[in-house]
Structures are given as structure tokens and as C-alpha cells.
Design a protein around this ligand. Structure first.
Ligand code: ATR
Length: 276
């Protein structure tokens, strides 16, 4: 059977997802296509979604700005997507559309693959900076992977309180994070600060050497935040891996087959740098 997958969102013309999934098709030997289905505004969302229903596509990804808009069109959601309150992957299962969120678990997998000490020790102290949709996804990805020692910091701390509701985690201000930075083993920058601009959410002057520092921003790949982390002796991790690993998890949900991302990280870096 030839599989049909789509990506919906706006704008998506420069998305690397078709290349990623084409590579997955080649690696698994499965036959199919992954193409863009751009939806240029909320006004036409319903009719475009109906087209995907009628076409009986096997699955699709949802990117900004529709990760919540899609929810009323689903028959079910898995527990992670329910907790995150956003869906990036839909799978046709029987006659039902089932919603998943692979962004957070994908990102956490990327970190564990790169840093084996993080994979071994679930008690590492982890600081999340920012409290938007990405932070919520990564928070639940960390919880699901068994990490227990989580602290959230944000300009608006009430948004952190909303995210940790029902879980044992701490909330601090950005100033406190900056001051007490040496207390953390892993620091994950989840906000949009630094995207196409030379700005940082906090200064890393107090960073302890060898701390793992990750930034989800990948335009540019080498954000000012990661540059400073490097200068301070941090072990840095680039944001494009979220895109790669969420795609891997989505492909596995759709096909029930494991797929290897080996070597794709470097190819993506070259593609993203080529765009800059
Ligand atoms: P998302 O798309 O992930 O849902 P977003 O709206 O891009 O989220 O914002 C993500 C985070 O960036 C938020 O935590 C936001 O802080 P507030 O909750 O206080 O608004 C943070 N953010 C954006 N610009 C910022 C800035 N200049 N300084 C500090 N934090 C900033």
C-alpha cells in the first residue's frame, strides 16, 4: 500500500519535513509521499481539513499556527497530547483521527541520544527557560521520560505555574535563574528569544563548565545564547533536532516501524546553514 502523509500549517514553503520523511521512506523501504498542504488562514481551515478527510490520508503533521485549531476535528487524543493541549501529529486509525504530540518527547530523545549521562541519570537538575507551547511540550516530554528534578523560569511566572499544575516542580524568575545558574545540570531555552536576532533570554555569566545547554531556536543555529554557552565551557545542543526527532516519532506512529535518524542531523545543519 502506498502511504500518503501531509503537513499542514502556514507558512510552510521552506519546511524541511518533506526531505526528512522522504529519507525515512528510503530507509524503511516503505512506499509513499509526504507533501505540503498549506492552509493560508483560519477562514478556510474547515474546508481544507475536509479535503484531507475525503482523501483518506494516512496521517499528517500540524505546525504553527494550527496545533490547537485541529483539536475539535479529532476523534481522540493520546494522553501526552491531552496534557500538552496541542497536537502536531494525526494518524488515521480505522476510521478515526487520533491526535498525538511528538514535539516534546522528540526533543527529549534528541538530548538523551547526544548526552549519555542524561540518559543514565533521571535526577539531573533541569532548568526550562520560557513558558509557551514549546515549554509545555518539553516539560511533558521530560516527565514522560522519567525526569523528576525540573525548574521553570519565565518572564511571566504565572505561565510556569499553569504548566506545572499537578506536578512537583519549581518556578523561579528569570533573574533568579541567571543568578543561580550553577545549580543546574541541563538548561533548555524554549522561548522564541534569539530567533533571527542577537538577543538572549538570560545572561549565562554564572554557567558552570560542562553544563548541557540546549536552545530550540534554529534560525540561526548558532544563537547568541549558545555562543555564550560555548565560551563558558558548556556542552551545547542545537534546536533543529526537535524537528528531526518529532518527525521520527510521527513516522513511527504512522507506520509502526522503527526508523533511524543516523547522519541526518549533520545534513540538516548543512541545509539550514545554506538557507542563512
Ligand atoms: P510559543 O510559540 O512557544 O507558544 P511564544 O508566544 O513564542 O510561545 O512565547 C514563548 C516564550 O517566550 C514565552 O515564555 C514568553 O514569555 P512571556 O510568557 O513572559 O510572554 C517568552 N518571551 C518572548 N519574548 C521575550 C522576551 N523579550 N524576554 C523574555 N521572554 C520572552
Amino acid at each position: 500500500m502506498r502511504l500518503t502523509f501531509k503537513l499542514i500549517g502556514y507558512p510552510i514553503k521552506h519546511s524541511l519535513s518533506p526531505w526528512i520523511h522522504q529519507t525515512f521512506f528510503e530507509r524503511t523501504g516503505l512506499e509513499g509521499s509526504y507533501t505540503l498542504h498549506e492552509i493560508p488562514g483560519e477562514a478556510v481551515f474547515e474546508e481544507e481539513i475536509k479535503k484531507l478527510r475525503d482523501a483518506e490520508v494516512n496521517g499528517f503533521n500540524i505546525t504553527a499556527p494550527y496545533k490547537q485549531t485541529i483539536i475539535p476535528y479529532l476523534d481522540r487524543m493520546d494522553v501526552t497530547a491531552e496534557r500538552v493541549g496541542a497536537v502536531n501529529t494525526v494518524s488515521l486509525e480505522g476510521n478515526e483521527w487520533v491526535g498525538y504530540n511528538t514535539d516534546g518527547i522528540g526533543y527529549v530523545q534528541a538530548l538523551r541520544d547526544k548526552f549519555s549521562d542524561m540518559d543514565r541519570n533521571k535526577d539531573v537538575s533541569i532548568l526550562l527557560l520560557g513558558a509557551g507551547g514549546a515549554a509545555r511540550g518539553i516539560f511533558h516530554g521530560l516527565i514522560q521520560a522519567g525526569y523528576t528534578n525540573l525548574t521553570l523560569a519565565n518572564r511571566t511566572t504565572s505561565k510556569c505555574e499553569d504548566i506545572i499544575l499537578g506536578y512537583q516542580s519549581s518556578v523561579i524568575t528569570l533573574a533568579e535563574a541567571e543568578e543561580n545558574l550553577a545549580a543546574y545540570d541541563v538548561i533548555i531555552q524554549t522561548s522564541s528569544v534569539g530567533m533571527n536576532e542577537a538577543k538572549q533570554i538570560i545572561d549565562l555569566k554564572n554557567l558552570r563548565k560542562d553544563t548541557i545547554v540546549s536552545d530550540i531556536v534554529y534560525q540561526p543555529l548558532d544563537t547568541q545564547f549558545l555562543k555564550q554557552a560555548n565560551e563558558k565551557g558548556g556542552r551545547t545542543h542545537y534546536g533543529h533536532t526537535m524537528l528531526l526527532y518529532q518527525a521520527q516519532k510521527a513516522f513511527e506512529i504512522w507506520t509502526n516501524q522503527p526508523v533511524d535518524v543516523y547522519g541526518m542531523d549533520e545534513e540538516m545543519i548543512a541545509k539550514i546553514k545554506g538557507d542563512q
